[in-house]
Ligand binder design. Structure first.
Ligand code: ADP
Ligand code: MG
Length: 297
């Protein structure tokens, strides 16, 4: 490939809202056959909101919102922001937190109003010996399951050794995601949805945008291994992501594409940045590179 033609390609990329790190990037794009997509913030808008609170019997909603809201106020996670904002809207000022701990990919814990509080996924509660089968929590398992089947994220709240509530957080699929995935398929690429979220929620989102292959409940540090495993199977992998937890996978992929609306860590680790955070730009990038390289040959 002649450098001049590739540079013309990168100039066209800029017009399409794609920032390309170097002209050589377009070369690796051509052979890509698999596109791994992060769910939250990539396929979905990542602007979550608190849509429901289910409490165990005898537990009042205000306490749940005060304790969970206070803890999540200290976290930067999109789920945490939704819970903190939703709680503050409903109960006003939130109490302060002691011994706060953010457990990446799992949730948060700390002491609020004298209670040892945990907010996060089932796996985190289980680490503390808290299970959803307790008599107080029997209705919670069902609320969680129903929410997840609707593609929502169910976050558990426990304090003093008992599960007390399920908070349901909803996100929306970006308006262009389904069309972008249809076009990726038309180019002969296989889309794969990758997420730390639970399997049922991931499958619901995948179905909404037309993805068959789902890899869910992946810990942040393990996303890179998923990319490596696909590469070991002989796939040439593009990865699209936005989060700090996507950075290693973006760097490992044959082509890393970051959402311009995402974190600096993701952008720095990537070969391309999709300025508007729109998946259709990922399709443009792949088309552009194919066209650019066809002109050169
Ligand atoms: P994703 O891959 O969708 O970006 P993460 O790896 O950041 O998600 O988180 C995986 C899961 O861990 C979330 O779906 C949620 O259930 C739980 N989780 C992570 N952080 C928090 C938090 N601050 N509060 C509650 N739950 C959390
Ligand atoms: Mg994300």
């Amino acid at each position: 490939a002649t450098p001049t033609a590739l540079l013309v390609g990168t100039g066209r990329g800029a017009q399409l809202g794609i920032i390309i790190k170097g002209p050589e990037v377009l070369e690796s794009t051509r052979r890509v056959d698999t596109v791994v997509l992060d769910k939250t913030g990539t396929v979905t808008a990542g602007r979550m909101s608190l849509v429901a609170v289910h409490t165990a019997s005898g537990v009042d909603e205000e306490s749940v919102l005060r304790l969970a809201g206070a803890l999540e106020h200290a976290s930067e996670h999109p789920i945490a922001k939704a819970i903190a904002v939703g709680a503050a809207e409903r109960v006003g000022e939130l109490p302060s937190v002691e011994d706060f701990q953010n457990l990446e990919g799992l949730g948060v814990q700390g002491v609020v109003d004298g209670h040892a509080v945990i907010v996060g996924r089932e796996r985190l509660l289980a680490e503390w010996g808290v299970h959803l089968d307790g008599s107080l929590a029997s209705s919670l398992a069902e609320a969680k399951q129903t929410a997840e089947q609707q593609g929502r994220t169910a976050v558990l709240v426990a304090w003093d050794g008992e599960a007390r509530a399920v908070l349901v957080v909803a996100d929306t699929v970006k308006p262009t995601s389904a069309e972008a995935i249809r076009q990726l398929r038309a180019l002969g690429l296989t889309p794969v949805l990758l997420t730390g979220d639970n399997e049922a929620a991931a499958r619901a989102v995948a179905a909404e945008v037309g993805i068959d292959e789902v890899i869910a409940e992946v810990m942040p540090a393990d996303k890179v291994d998923v990319v490596a495993r696909l590469q070991a199977e002989g796939k040439v992998v593009a990865m699209v992501g936005d989060g700090v937890n996507d950075a290693a996978a973006l760097a490992k992929a044959d082509l890393g594409l970051a959402m311009g609306t995402g974190t600096d860590a993701a952008i720095e680790a990537s070969d391309l940045t999709l300025v508007r955070g729109d998946l259709l730009a990922a399709v443009d990038a792949i088309r552009l590179s194919r066209r650019t390289l066809a002109t050169i040959k």
